[in-house]
Design a binder for this molecule. Structure first.
Ligand code: ATR
Length: 305
């Protein structure tokens, strides 16, 4: 059974679906894409609802998004998810984009409607739901620090925080110059939050973080074996909420340190789950796949699937 397809496999239905009971009608596009957990939650949700569709992984080379979209449309695909590095190209390849996706400049969910290819971004809203689900609090009124705010995930989360009405935003990034355009964008969107932008070696970093209710890691620090915690323990205090968008490993150095400090912690599995649920609902309005997807993700991330 094929684990990863390429654009070339989107030539004809007969070959794409040979040996399968269900037609491929949804996909996640990435480069690379073999690691994507999306099929592990979307396929069980499709199956549970009796939808006659297969969700596949599709490896698309940089620059190949328009052709992949055209081929999927021609084959009658319902839609797709888009992951790194294609979220910006995906916006350009859509006929219409939801205001949230347009504001961010990135699309992670696409629906092939009869009259148009429509783009959405469920990363930010998925993050807001993850925080509510994991910590029982809404983002509105919180003071939030984002470590790695200059990356793709960081910008999506910063925009969502602003949209959700946080009281304060502390944006931290290794390269400070990436934060200027982000701050301008947040201001332009009408955010009234108090926004600070700093680098990791700013002398006020610890004090700024201690002043926050929620600390989020959106950097890639913690993904690799031997990585340090992205923030030192002087930045953390008991009772603070600490969220790491990384979910593999499930306990990153930052989360281990935060737990030892008496913080409340959670990892990026909940954001993956909720952005997936919101994407599914763009394809199938009114569906409620949350518990099926949650069970499938927990099952597969504990190594049982
Ligand atoms: P994306 O594709 O989502 O934009 P990325 O470019 O790999 O991902 O960057 C993710 C984030 O991790 C960025 O904020 C990056 O910081 P820079 O903007 O300065 O590159 C951050 N990051 C990566 N390695 C880092 C490190 N060793 N220390 C601190 N931040 C790091």
């Amino acid at each position: 059974m094929k684990q990863v397809y390429t654009t070339r496999d989107l030539a004809a239905r007969a070959e794409l679906d040979a040996g399968f009971g269900k037609p491929a009608r949804l996909a996640v596009l990435g480069w690379p894409v073999a690691h994507s957990a999306s099929p592990r939650m979307h396929q069980p949700a499709l199956d549970a609802l009796g939808i006659d569709a297969r969700y596949i992984r599709l490896e698309v080379e940089p620059g190949g998004v328009p052709e992949a979209f055209a081929r999927m449309r021609a084959l009658g695909f319902i839609g797709c998810n888009v992951t790194v590095p294609h979220k910006f190209d995906a916006l350009a390849a859509c006929d219409e984009a939801h205001p949230g996706a347009r504001a961010l400049g990135a699309v992670n969910t696409v629906r092939f409607d009869a009259d148009a290819t429509r783009g959405f971004n469920t990363d930010g809203p998925g993050f807001a739901r993850a925080i509510e689900d994991d910590f029982g609090v809404a983002l509105a009124g919180l003071r939030v620090a984002i470590a790695g705010a200059g990356g793709g995930a960081g910008q999506a989360i910063a925009s969502q925080c602003a949209l959700s009405g946080v009281r304060g935003l502390v944006l931290v990034n290794r390269s400070l110059e990436k934060l200027g355009p982000l701050v301008a964008k947040l201001r332009q969107a009408g955010s009234e939050a108090e926004i600070r932008a700093l680098s990791f070696d700013d002398p006020s970093l610890a004090a700024q973080c201690l002043d926050c209710d929620l600390i989020v890691n959106t950097s890639s620090v913690g993904l690799k074996d031997g990585d340090p915690s992205v923030l030192s323990e002087e930045c953390l205090r008991p009772g603070q909420m600490v969220y790491d968008t990384i979910y593999q490993p499930p306990v990153t150095p930052m989360l281990a340190q935060a737990a030892a400090c008496g913080c409340r912690t959670s990892n990026g599995l909940s954001m993956l789950l909720h952005q997936g649920v919101l994407a599914f609902q763009q394809w199938f309005p009114g569906a409620d796949p949350l518990e099926t997807m949650r069970a499938a993700l927990v099952h597969s991330s504990t190594g049982a699937g």
